[in-house]
Design a protein around this ligand. Structure first.
Ligand SMILES: Cc1cc2nc3c(=O)[nH]c(=O)nc-3n(C[C@H](O)[C@H](O)[C@H](O)COP(=O)(O)O)c2cc1C
Length: 356
């Protein structure tokens, strides 16, 4: 029977186990939003995962909202990511890049002076976002994208995916959760457009469908995954009917040959999002959120998920796969060093030891 240690194929990628490192923003990029040698070392240490999904990475300067997040739109960033990809491949691992455009969830002081804050509608994100000193401040009021500008935003994602591949990254994941740009289009409260990109569920899913299709066209569908969290309220999301929105989305992208649907599986009122995904999506599923080794093995054995991802556990346990194999106890991550905002800060980053 399959368990977390069994190999699995996700799209074009052959994973040596089903334990995936979940995407985690760590705010340690260099001054030009480029990955540093320290970041390469951090990912190298965790390369025994079946697949690493990187921290959210902006496809353009406009997509940045937090301090010290990396980009994939400038040559210096491509060079930095090449070091990361080489380090992971050197250990026999695989690495996908999470493409994260924050849209309205953005603090002005965290981004370049000429970068804009855009969203489907001119409605501000109600949740504060940490500024450069780590103190949360209200996000900037976004400008609503004109319909003719949307193709340009989608083209930035496609260019980012091509850059990722040029850097040696194996695949990309479109971040459609946590109240960032794609989810701002999906959710009925943040998308109040009256054109073809808003209103009905069919129209609200259009941005994600078109972006996934552009990514698939750019680098091949077998190297493109997407991440969703139906019903999450983070960053001011409040969809009137998430079950309808996500069923519409999954039906629209099923059959595109994409590599995976990565589900942040949270309790919802009225429906179970894993059942929803399984009903409308025939491709591979990565399940995430609050899993233990036992729960992960159960969900794989039942055939409900093809792979599982771990966030917190990978921060403090670079050798998580080995610890699961041997039953070694798991170390606890220190929240104070999750996001330090300093590119050279190894504390709580690369200084967690391996077991034994
Ligand atoms: C420090 C930190 C940063 C995170 N950054 C991201 C991110 O950039 N993109 C994303 O999709 N999720 C992000 N997450 C969420 C994780 O990927 C994951 O969904 C969450 O930690 C739940 O999984 P777990 O219970 O195994 O930790 C982050 C979580 C943590 C702890």
């Amino acid at each position: 029977m399959a368990d977390v240690f069994s190999p699995v194929r996700l799209g074009d990628l052959d994973l040596r186990n089903r334990i995936i490192m979940a995407p985690m923003t760590r705010d340690r990029a260099g001054p030009h939003d480029e990955p540093t040698d320290l970041m390469a070392e951090y990912y190298r240490q965790r390369a025994s995962a079946g697949l690493i999904i990187t921290e959210g990475t902006q496809p353009s300067p406009h997509g940045k909202g937090y301090w010290r997040t990396p980009g994939i739109h400038a040559p210096v960033q491509v060079e930095g990511w090449r070091k990361v990809a080489d380090a992971v491949h050197g250990e026999g691992g695989l690495i996908a890049m999470q493409l994260m455009h924050v849209g309205r969830a953005s603090v002005r002081a965290n981004k370049a002076a000429d970068a804009e804050t855009i969203a489907p509608s001119a409605i501000a994100c109600p949740d504060p976002i940490p500024g450069p000193d780590g103190v949360p401040v209200p996000p900037e009021m976004p400008r609503a994208l004109a319909a003719h500008e949307i193709a340009g935003v989608i083209a930035e994602y496609a260019a980012a995916a091509r850059n990722a591949r040029a850097a040696g990254i194996d695949a990309v994941e479109l971040h459609c959760a946590s109240g960032y740009l794609p989810m701002q289009f999906l959710s009925s409260n943040s998308n109040q457009r009256t054109d073809a990109w808003g209103g009905s569920a069919q129209n609200r899913v259009r941005f994600v469908v078109e972006t996934l299709s552009a990514l698939a066209e750019a680098i091949g569908p077998g190297r493109v995954g997407f991440r969703i969290c139906p019903g999450v309220t983070f960053n001011g999301m409040a969809d009137a009917d998430p079950a309808e929105t996500y069923a519409t989305l999954l039906k629209a992208v099923d059959g595109m040959g994409l590599a995976w649907c990565h589900l942040i599986h949270i309790p919802n009122q009225g429906f179970d999002s894993l059942d929803l995904v399984r009903s409308h999506w025939s491709g591979a599923v990565i399940e995430n959120c609050g899993l233990t080794l036992e729960k992960a093995n159960a969900v794989i054995a039942e055939g409900k998920a093809d792979a599982v991802s771990f966030g917190y556990a990978f921060i403090a346990n670079p050798d998580l796969v080995e610890r699961f194999r041997t039953g070694a106890p798991l170390a606890k991550a220190d929240r104070a060093t999750f996001y330090t905002g300093h590119g050279d800060d190894a504390r709580g980053y690369t200084d967690y030891p391996r077991a034994g």
